[in-house]
Design a binder for this molecule. Structure first.
Ligand code: IPE
Ligand code: IPE
Ligand code: MG
Length: 236
């Protein structure tokens, strides 16, 4: 899949719900609709890979009921969206640990991944039980017997999933909704030169226009990758 790689930290569900006088989980339910909106809008904005932070490994520390609602929403999302994804060329993969997920969610994951494997319009990666630092440590461990570890090799191992030996690549843009300005253990390796875009918009209110604003902002940035800026280099 060609195109931009955008990562989104989908934050602010709980605060959005509280502001409406509702329980936090109502915000998570509404947040699932925002996922549909951004997945639909992404291809026309030049996005080839979209990595969505759905559940962090630290999120296990939330109240049991909230965790179980989140897990069942993820399962339902996968079950209800797979056919739609196939129709729209959206390939689904999950990144993160799988050994702590419940069997029903795991089979929904496998079914969604298998059914969409051939899709090439958009690669939708959902980060579930994900920790960037854990992922880095596991990649390092799997290379324990390797004599020469290069950056490219490491990046490939990090991005490797069950079906995929090719790296999803560096992230071009990380968007975080909900007003906080931090990465919360998301794509730490892959975001080495990512542009960061923070918005006060809460995730349940985030829509196609917000995604498009973020992409416009990305295109206005001068990404130098440590070099001298393009215009100055041309002048000298
Ligand atoms: C993001 O919204 C969803 C997850 C982390 C699973 P939050 O639940 O963190 O909402 P806030 O940040 O408390 O408002
Ligand atoms: C990050 O949000 C994780 C997801 C959006 C899934 P959190 O709400 O868990 O992050 P912190 O606690 O504010 O750093
Ligand atoms: Mg939060």
């Amino acid at each position: 899949v060609q195109g931009l790689h955008v990562g989104i930290i989908m934050d602010g569900n709980g605060r959005w719900a509280a502001a409406q006088g509702w329980q936090r989980v109502a915000g998570h339910k509404r947040g699932a609709q925002s996922v549909r909106r951004v997945v639909e809008a992404a291809p026309d904005l030049g996005i080839g890979t979209l990595t969505l932070y759905a559940f962090s490994s630290d999120n296990w520390q939330r109240p049991e009921r909230e965790v179980s609602v989140l897990m069942s929403l993820l399962k339902r999302y996968l079950q209800s969206e797979t056919a739609n994804c196939v129709a729209n060329g959206v390939r689904i993969s999950i990144i993160g640990r799988r050994d702590r997920l419940d069997p029903a969610l795991l089979s929904a994951i496998t079914a969604a991944e298998d059914a969409t494997l051939h899709c090439t319009t958009l690669h939708l990666r959902l980060a579930i039980d994900y920790s960037a630092r854990d992922a880095i440590v596991r990649a390092a461990q799997s290379l324990a017997n390797c004599k020469l570890i290069t950056r490219d090799l490491f990046a490939d191992v990090l991005a490797r999933d069950k079906h995929d030996l090719r790296s999803a690549g560096d992230v071009d843009l990380i968007i975080r909704t909900g007003g906080e300005q931090r990465l919360s253990d998301f794509l730490l390796w892959e975001s080495a030169y990512a542009e960061l875009y923070f918005t006060n918009r809460m995730w349940p209110e985030f829509g196609a226009k917000d995604l498009s604003d973020a992409i416009v902002a990305l295109h206005s940035r001068d990404r130098r990758f440590g070099r001298v800026e393009t215009t100055a280099a041309a002048a000298s």
